[in-house]
Design a protein around this ligand. Structure first.
Ligand code: G4P
Length: 528
């Protein structure tokens, strides 16, 4: 069991759209041996689109809404790669996926540096102390200087870096990288279209072949730069990597397959296997506990329109899963048999026979699951809740056709149970539908689309003016709070009864918090 756990690596790739996340995913699969030729993931994507229309919206918008699990074996390790939606509008789903991984690869476009979405996603990782590996991509194009890129990571994100490799020129002159830990120069050969692995030749820094490849002054500068790095970025501390305080940095080009193998090997060597997770009481549950236990981080209804089923994705945190295992849905106490647990590659399902901590299982159920729920063979095990992130847009949803009210209510209840948006109740308002909160418009679009597609109801959104929500760390008297708010602000509760305040913009929020320092406000909730 310990051996199985030690060989698991569960990760996600985060990036600003267009930095190269999809390309890198594909190349990791190529180098991991899961694909013979790059290009198949994209081909698979197209195939999936024609084979099933379970998320027609995905096609229409040309973006990936659903998270996909990709698994591959590499050097006797099992990689569980969770794909995260890249579109900025669908970030709540991304955030939840990040609670199910043990490490993250952050992709940065070398010409653009840190972009807005990178900052947001990074903050989520930092709050959860997820170890972060950095891949600086597109070195085959004109790029910012590597020093400038590192400085940006340190300054903008406040993350210490350890450049594991260092690029040898960039743009059309990009030749390879210097591996600082092994003191080796890796020179890359371009392959047509990047569909095959790139050829690599390895040299020492003083090898005349390498020296002759560069102009004399460029070689001299390069050697000096390496010496400078050894001075400025000297400490390679595994503990700091594992606690998320130090990011190993790799340079390369995903589309050309440059630096992918170094990244994959480095990731394997320096990333941590699954760590034990805390349960609600604060205790840590051993990975090898005799009871199987997992938590739900994602749900997808009607993945197969022929069956109208619901797939629940759970991250295994303790014990061993075997096919047909009976588990408790510990929030409701109901017992369910996991006879059809699946691993999922894109939209393809494969029955799982056994799983270990670190693995992701998907199973089909009609039981009322919520994000964060525990399933376990021990009914007493309940994991800590998945953190909640403050929504940034708010709206009421209305049924347009009164004769469809019943279907509207049923559909809304079902979809809200999936936690695809958050729900709130404004103080002193008697609306019988909750206020909805999301991180982006697309979450509302998905809700409306699915109400129409799956329940046949047309709806209208009434968008509210607020843009900032904060939870109160400690509850206060409702009227006391109300007196402190301006007419633009509102107070209320979330679906767990936690007090919240809605502000129009960050300026209003800052004004309020500076004036009312005794009221501690949170943008991130771990305990609810
Ligand atoms: P994303 O998932 O982060 O949104 O990015 P994606 O991989 O889709 O890459 C975005 C664009 O950047 C793609 O170009 C991709 O080919 C390109 N790209 C990825 N890695 C590199 C790299 O190392 N060097 C260069 N020069 N380009 C790279 P596209 O034009 O949008 O698509 P395509 O026509 O190439 O498929």
């Amino acid at each position: 069991m310990n051996q199985e756990i030690a060989r698991r690596r569960t990760l996600a790739i985060i990036s600003h759209p267009d930095a190269g996340k999809t390309t890198l995913t594909e190349k990791l699969l190529l180098y991991g041996g899961a694909l013979d030729l790059a290009g198949s993931v994209t081909a698979k994507k197209k195939q999936r689109d024609t084979a099933s229309d379970w998320m027609e919206l995905e096609k229409k918008r040309g973006i990936s809404i659903s998270s996909t699990l990709l698994q591959f074996e590499y050097k006797n390790h099992k990689f569980n790669l969770l794909d995260t939606p890249g579109h900025k509008d669908f970030s709540e789903d991304t955030y939840r996926v990040l609670t199910a991984v043990d490490s993250v690869i952050m992709v940065i476009d070398a010409a653009k540096g840190i972009e807005s979405q990178t900052v947001k996603l990074f903050e989520i990782c930092r709050k959860q102390q997820i170890p972060i590996f950095t891949f600086i991509n597109k070195l085959d194009r004109p790029a910012k200087s590597p020093i400038e890129l590192l400085d940006q990571i340190e300054d903008v994100l406040g993350l210490h870096t350890f450049p594991v490799n260092w690029p040898i020129e960039s743009g059309e002159f990009f030749k390879g990288v210097y591996d600082r830990l092994n003191k080796e120069v890796h020179l890359f050969e371009r392959s047509v279209g990047g569909i095959y692995k790139a050829g690599v030749s390895i040299h020492s820094l003083s090898d005349p072949f390498f020296k002759n490849l560069l102009l004399e002054n460029i070689y001299k500068e390069f050697v000096e730069e390496i010496e400078l790095l050894d001075y400025a970025h000297a400490s390679f501390d595994r503990e700091k990597i594992h606690s998320g305080d130090l990011s190993p940095v790799y340079f390369g080009s995903a589309s050309n397959n440059f630096g992918i193998e170094l990244l994959l090997n480095g990731f394997l060597d320096y990333s941590a296997p699954p760590k034990p997770r805390q349960v609600l009481s604060g205790e840590t549950l051993s990975l090898t506990d005799p009871s199987f236990a997992a938590f739900v981080f994602k749900m997808q209804t009607n993945m197969n329109p022929m069956h109208r089923d619901r797939m629940v994705f759970a991250r295994v945190c303790a014990g061993k899963f075997q096919r047909d295992l009976k588990v408790f849905h510990t929030r409701t106490g109901k017992e369910i048999r996991l006879s059809s647990a699946h691993s999922v590659f894109g939209n393809e399902r494969e029955t799982i026979h056994e799983s270990y901590p670190g693995d992701i299982i998907g199973f089909i159920t009609n039981a009322e699951f919520k994000i964060g729920d525990t399933i376990s063979s021990n009914p007493k095990i309940v994991f800590k809740k998945i953190p909640r992130f403050a929504p940034e847009i708010f709206a009421y949803i209305h049924n347009i056709n009164t004769s469809q009210y019943k279907s509207f209510r049923k559909g809304l209840d079902h979809l809200l149970a999936e936690d695809i948006v958050q729900t709130f109740q404004i103080d002193n308002q008697t609306q019988n539908i909750p206020l909805l909160g999301a991180l982006g418009d697309l979450q509302f679009e998905v809700l409306q689309y699915r109400l129409k597609d799956e329940y046949g109801v047309e709806t209208r959104l009434e968008v509210m003016p607020w843009k900032v929500l904060r939870w109160l760390e400690v509850p206060v008297d409702k009227n006391f709070l109300k007196n402190k708010l301006s007419y633009r602000e509102a107070s209320g509760i979330d679906d767990h009864g936690k007090q919240v305040v809605f502000f129009n913009d960050p300026w209003d929020f800052n004004y309020f918090s500076n004036k009312n320092t005794e009221i501690k406000l949170l943008d991130f909730l771990t305990d609810y």
